[in-house]
Design a protein around this ligand. Sequence first.
Ligand code: ADP
Ligand code: ADP
Length: 225
Amino acid sequence: MIEVRDLTHRYVTEGRGETLALSDVNLTIGNNEFITLLGPSGCGKTTLMRAIGGLENPTEGTVEVNGSRVKGPNLDCSVVFQNFALLPWATILDNTAFGLEMRGRSKREAREIAREFIAKVGLTGFEDKYPKELSGGMQQRVGLARALAVDTPVILMDEPFGALDQQTRRYMQEELLKIWENDKKTVVFVTHDMEEAVLLADRVVLMSARPGRVEEVIPVDIPRP
Ligand code: ADP
Ligand code: ADP
């Protein structure tokens, strides 16, 4: 379970004052729930996701994941970054294996699991390429494979399908839903695409810009594809 309590975050930029990114956000996310954070650009979706993952230290308020207060990068969470965040000097295989090695797997074991997830995102044959040799969409799929391979209870995703063409996006949405259902994950998925938010979620968390508030939490009753 993820408990977000009275979360406020201000970014302080030297010489340009403060930006209020989150304002008094409260949210409870159940285990195995699929939540989408929906709202216009700049409404605080990424900041909220990063605070849950312990990548942003909020100005006020608390986040708890499975009963522990989040204070720094949180090993219960894996993150798919909007800009992919791949290591440019490492191959696709090593980029995907990276998180597994960080969590104590041997190199051989990490690579074996990495190959399996590279296949799931449709990139078999690209293991020995480097990120710059792949298209944006393909790099995004590597970021997904890396995050899914570590098998954490919580997956945080920041517009993970934004760089994909429509057909690949559909395919990846279905793959993600399969993994979510089979492996009992909790997913927090950031998007500004209303159709995608409704298609994937158990509940849509609707955020508004000015000043970074949760407006409404909307349960979705329509069955998934
Ligand atoms: P979203 O993900 O919904 O686009 P963000 O969480 O990225 O929203 O941003 C919320 C607000 O905080 C925006 O006004 C944005 O410009 C500002 N912001 C985000 N990151 C930073 C940063 N590192 N420094 C200063 N302001 C930031
Ligand atoms: P994506 O579908 O991942 O968004 P593109 O639309 O750019 O990527 O590429 C469409 C297809 O072209 C890919 O799925 C892949 O089969 C092939 N392709 C793209 N870039 C490369 C590359 N650098 N090397 C080999 N094949 C590539």
